[in-house]
Design a protein around this ligand. Structure first.
Ligand code: NI
Length: 226
């Protein structure tokens, strides 16, 4: 499932973060790429241990923890500390698949990448190109979102970023290990959650609302890995 999470950050938060990112020191993006993707990757990144990356990353994770759409869709177990990249002057990232397992730098922890996320910090009118293109079983999806919005997509998908031919595309990217490894099962749970909440909101006393909530939790109990 490919899902937009709108307004992860407010315009005020985006503005403050953007001025911090614009003033930061950026390095060659190949530092976090695997062997295959290093050949395809051309951008700059904030060093993982940079203070700006850590502090802004904490703001993002804090907001996501309160975002019910994100929690319902991702059912997160662990979230990789957000990384930051910037494309300009024709830079791009060719077709690749994200590494399945990632070590969290400076810790002994590893996460399995079930979901990939990109949170946009540039508004679409600031740059040309730079679309994230995701290929899944339903076809090819082109993504370019307003600043503060985030796209969530299965890490199993092939994807690339088109060359940025004007301006700069600044974003945060990271991965989520979900309690539900399988994308199809996770999508079913999300659809069931959305439908159940709609019934509960429209007809609060409807007995099926309780029954559907029970089914949701019993499926989650059956499938969740912790
Ligand atoms: Ni990628």
């Amino acid at each position: 499932m490919l899902l937009t999470i709108p307004d992860v950050l407010t315009p005020e938060q985006v503005q403050i973060i953007r001025s911090r990112l614009d003033a930061a020191e950026w390095v060659d993006g190949r530092v976090t790429a695997g062997h295959q993707s290093a050949m395809a990757k051309d951008n700059v990144q904030l060093p993982e241990d940079s203070r700006v990356a850590r502090e802004v990353g904490e703001v993002i994770l804090n907001e996501l923890g309160k975002n019910s759409l994100f929690v319902s869709a991702a059912l997160p177990l662990r979230v990789f500390p957000p990384l930051f990249n910037r494309y300009s002057g024709g830079q791009s990232f060719g077709t690749h698949v994200d590494n399945a397992i990632r070590q969290i730098t400076g810790t002994g922890h590893r996460i399995r990448t079930d979901l990939s996320a990109t949170l946009f910090f540039s508004s679409p009118d600031e740059y040309d190109g730079g679309e994230l293109v995701v290929e899944d079983t339903y076809g090819i999806h082109t993504v370019k979102l307003p600043a503060g919005h985030m796209i969530l997509y299965p890490s199993t998908s092939l994807h690339h970023v088109l060359p940025v031919t004007r301006g700069a595309r600044v974003s945060s990217f990271f991965w989520i290990q979900s309690m539900i490894r399988d994308d199809a099962q996770r999508t079913l749970l999300f659809d069931l959650d959305v439908a159940t909440q709609r019934i509960a909101a429209d007809v609060p006393t409807h007995p099926s609302a309780v029954q559907l909530t029970g089914i949701y939790h019993n499926l989650l109990r059956r499938w969740a890995e912790m």
